[in-house]
Design a protein around this ligand. Sequence first.
Ligand code: NAI
Length: 340
Amino acid sequence: TISSVGAQAALVSKPRNRGISGLKASYKVAVLGAAGGIGQPLGLLIKMSPLVSELRLYDIANVKGVAADLSHCNTPSQVMDFTGPAELASCLKGVDVVVIPAGVPRKPGMTRDDLFNINAGIVKSLIEAVADNCPEAFIHIISNPVNSTVPIAAEILKQKGVYNTKKLFGVSTLDVVRANTFVAQKKGLKLIDVDVPVVGGHAGITILPLLSKTRPSVTFTDEETEQLTKRIQNAGTEVVEAKAGAGSATLSMAYAAARFVESSLRALAGDPDVYECTYVQSELTELPFFASRVKIGKNGVESIISSDLEGITEYEANALEALKPELKASIEKGIEFAHK
Ligand code: NAI
């Protein structure tokens, strides 16, 4: 709870001082896919961060204008642009955090898995460059299907001999952001206080909000649980349908990704109190990758929080079992692709 409030506060003003001195603009962040629907507002939000010294924007086209535009904001970070594969290595050298929203988004009627054929190849080639140029960086994967693109990234990093399980993150923050919003609305709670852990994966029924673990503690009828769970799972599709062919969530996604970047930077800066839900390599269940709350520190994932899965309701336990086959298949599909 505290960390998400801190992350939000940091985005709009300055980070709360909780005992770490010398928080200053000193981190380099790269966004790959920076001219896209997510990339542009994400660039803006990262430009507002007091912790960033360099914002490096990469895309295969149209990134010069985005960088020129953002560079006029009078915040500390310097904005740099990189276009096309020939400039990718210089974009990545020395960065602390790499965020990857490159790829195609959904159109009405599509599942996230329908994006696999295009986005798997994009993520593979970008991760190869990350492995060669900034293997120590935190890697944030936004490109869908996240359930498969993160295992692809892991395999590529392994092939390159630089896989650090603690520094590869699938960005599932938007599921938490949505869950917090919908629960606060339904229960008339103050938004800033609400924190719902969301576990599993990032597609359809693999998105499992643990409503029983909502903080502050709040009770739901069976009907409310069913309705809120479904709404959180289908929230992305709600946006895809409302945009009617013009893409998927970009603004709320940028907000969520910026929160995750800010949390990562605070962790790098030594904040001892950073927790986020994220899709990572995990031993929490029998699946090799699983989203859950994790504690993030200077070296990446410090610990995976298991207590959220203890004492869950029967509804949640059944949903957890039900999501496993789908998540397992998505993981295997990613691994298989990486070995082709
Ligand atoms: P978009 O089409 O507006 O932007 C994608 C950008 O990626 C474009 O600027 C394009 O030029 C760039 N790109 C394509 N190939 C590239 C390459 N090889 N290297 C670098 N850049 C490349 O799409 P949008 O809306 O920004 O979505 C991006 C991705 O994020 C999609 O896969 C979408 O499904 C995913 N997404 C993930 C969410 C999550 O919660 N993790 C939520 C919403 C979207």
